[in-house]
Design a binder for this molecule. Structure first.
Ligand SMILES: *[C@@H]1O[C@H](CO)[C@@H](O)[C@H](O)[C@H]1NC(C)=O
Ligand SMILES: *[C@@H]1O[C@H](CO)[C@@H](O)[C@H](O)[C@H]1NC(C)=O
Ligand SMILES: *[C@@H]1O[C@H](CO)[C@@H](O)[C@H](O)[C@H]1NC(C)=O
Ligand SMILES: *[C@@H]1O[C@H](CO)[C@@H](O)[C@H](O)[C@H]1NC(C)=O
Ligand SMILES: *[C@@H]1O[C@H](CO)[C@@H](O)[C@H](O)[C@H]1NC(C)=O
Ligand SMILES: *[C@@H]1O[C@H](CO)[C@@H](O)[C@H](O)[C@H]1NC(C)=O
Ligand SMILES: *[C@@H]1O[C@H](CO)[C@@H](O)[C@H](O)[C@H]1NC(C)=O
Length: 483
């Protein structure tokens, strides 16, 4: 597969200006954005992004009303379709000013930026007729909540290139309580939608925003590549159902950094399809970097690998992870029937406080799409490395349970200090059907992870750079008159 990279949009301002004056097709307010070497005039506002846009319009230009009551679904969809005309002419940006912009789901387009200004809130509609029902994902075979289709996601897109969702810490509010209640009382005919779902897309930036109270998962890139998620805050009640933070699913080349997540499910969950559907689709999640993540999730994991992993998960690099009051740190969930693998996982530097199990691996995660999975499709779990971990107030250091006759292998723990809680379990480690090594681990790991002695090589962490490590943001601007 070709490694697509973020393209650099350097262009001649003059040439674009001349081009655009002859291609103004609609009454869109359209003013050039450009970068001056010696500082911008006071009439421009700045932001950082992977690509700048030549054309900017405001949702107000399309009849949008930010009163929290009026539906803006048509305004958003008209705005995106109007700005899509600039895809090959410098790109378009839709500016959402301060206000409460109620909307049903709408689709994004290529070479496009959705910008939420400070105090701009996109509010998810609670009118079910606004939510199109779409097909299940091919790698899942059915909706995650139940058989059949699923509601579209609030901000969606398929087969796109170069999509940016950013702003001055504006908010996307899913108004999830409405959905959680219906989910608990089994009143939903279809699987809940997410706040963001981009499918079959390349070059995605999601940054500098707050996501609140999603109906279910917050950010779901799927079958996509070259994804940067940076500086976002995700908040949901810790008992809300399935409000996972960021779920790269059959995605490659992903960088998640400087995010703060409080949620009712995993803060980050890396996935790749479910049992026979995921095996047939066969698209792994790989080359994923997660750094400077802060997580609070009392009933779930900081970073989960699986449980849907039937396309494979490999080369995940997690660094500088902080978790407070979270059930576990980096956890592996799988089961017979999943097939594929979780391998080459590298974790370095975790600071953890108040946890049930720091390390959790389970090979018997019982959830299957239907009865047609192959019980002999055993997942391979191999080369899982953790180093430089400090955890306090912990009930159990590790509960590591592989699959009988499909043991988890190559597990490595190095420089790990766990301070047990006053009311800790008697045994700090429980290990079945696993094999590996340990080195400077306290309390001492189980016999299956024999101590190599202080001089042994610590668990590795890759030194090479991935293409996503070199993606940089550039300074962009839009006319301050945009409102
Ligand atoms: C978005 O586009 C997809 C096709 O890619 C379509 O099925 C879906 O209904 C569209 N969603 C909305 C809200 O228009
Ligand atoms: C999107 O891309 C996928 C994979 O290449 C393809 O199967 C699908 O038909 C495309 N969808 C659209 C709406 O073009
Ligand atoms: C993010 O938004 C804040 C304002 O809320 C701004 O100061 C900062 O420069 C933005 N960062 C980027 C990377 O755009
Ligand atoms: C963004 O807003 C949220 C609340 O909506 C706040 O908790 C967070 O600190 C803000 N982030 C930045 C970078 O200002
Ligand atoms: C052990 O981990 C701590 C962080 O938890 C780090 O400061 C220290 O340098 C590590 N020691 C070695 C020998 O790598
Ligand atoms: C330790 O963890 C328990 C829950 O297991 C919690 O109730 C308590 O507040 C924590 N103590 C500290 C000092 O964080
Ligand atoms: C795994 O063990 C089960 C019994 O526990 C047995 O039926 C099966 O054939 C074994 N599979 C392999 C691949 O050894």
């Amino acid at each position: 597969m070709e490694l697509g990279r973020f393209k650099s949009f350097s262009f001649s301002i003059l040439a674009l200006w001349m081009l655009s004056t002859s291609t103004l097709l609609t009454p869109v307010q359209c003013i050039r954005g450009h970068n001056h070497a010696g500082g911008a005039p006071a009439s421009e506002s700045k932001y950082m992004a992977t690509a700048c846009r030549a054309h900017t319009a405001s949702i107000s230009d399309f009849g949008g009303v930010g009163d929290g009551v009026t539906s803006n679904t048509k305004a958003f969809s008209d705005a995106v379709s109007s700005l899509s005309q600039y895809a090959s002419d410098g790109g378009g940006m839709l500016f959402v000013p301060a206000g409460r912009w109620l909307t049903g789901p709408f689709n994004l387009t290529s070479h496009f930026t959705l910008f939420l200004d400070q105090d701009a809130v996109i509010l998810a509609s609670q009118d079910l007729s606004e939510w199109p029902v779409i097909d299940p994902l091919p790698s899942y075979g059915r909706g995650r909540d139940g058989p059949g289709g699923r509601y579209s996601s609030l901000l969606s897109g398929s087969n796109l290139t170069d999509v940016i969702i950013t702003g001055n810490n504006g908010t996307v509010d899913g108004q999830g309580a409405f959905w959680w209640q219906k989910f608990h009382s089994k009143k939903l005919k279809f699987t809940r939608g997410y706040l963001v779902e981009l499918m079959f897309s390349d070059q995605i930036l999601i940054s500098n925003l707050t996501f609140l109270n999603s109906p279910a998962w917050n950010i779901h890139p799927v079958y996509s590549s070259n994804i940067l998620v940076s500086g976002i805050t995700i908040l949901a009640p810790v008992r809300s159902p399935n409000t996972d933070g960021i779920n790269p699913d059959s995605c490659s080349h992903v960088r998640i950094e400087d995010c703060y997540i409080v949620s009712g499910d995993d803060c980050v969950a890396i996935k790749s399809g479910w049992d026979e559907y995921g095996i047939a689709f066969g698209m792994p999640s790989e080359h994923i970097v997660i750094r400077r993540l802060t997580c609070i999730s009392p009933y779930s994991a900081t970073i989960a690998l699986g449980s849907e992993m039937s396309g494979g998960i490999r080369d995940v690099r997690a660094e500088d992870i902080t978790a407070l009051n979270t059930e576990s740190a980096v956890r592996i969930k799988t089961a017979p029937g999943r097939g594929a693998y979780v391998k080459d996982i590298f974790v370095r530097g975790m600071n953890l406080n108040t946890m049930k199990w720091v390390f959790l691996m389970t090979g018997s995660y019982k959830s299957h799409p239907d009865g047609h999975y192959d019980p002999n499709a055993m997942p391979v779990v191999d080369q899982i490395n953790y180093r430089d971990v400090v955890a306090t107030n912990v009930s159990m250091a590790g509960r590591l349970q592989g699959i009988s006759n499909a043991s988890f292998t190559g597990i490595c723990f190095s420089n790990v200090t766990v301070h047990m809680a006053v009311k800790a379990k008697k045994l700090p480690w429980l290990c079945t059907d696993i094999a590996g090594v340990s080195n400077s681990v306290s309390p001492a790991a189980c016999a299956a992870l024999a101590d190599q002695g202080g001089t042994a090589t610590p668990c590795p962490f890759p030194e090479d750079r991935l293409p996503m490590d070199d993606v940089e943001l550039k300074e962009c601007s839009y006319p301050r008159s945009t409102r």
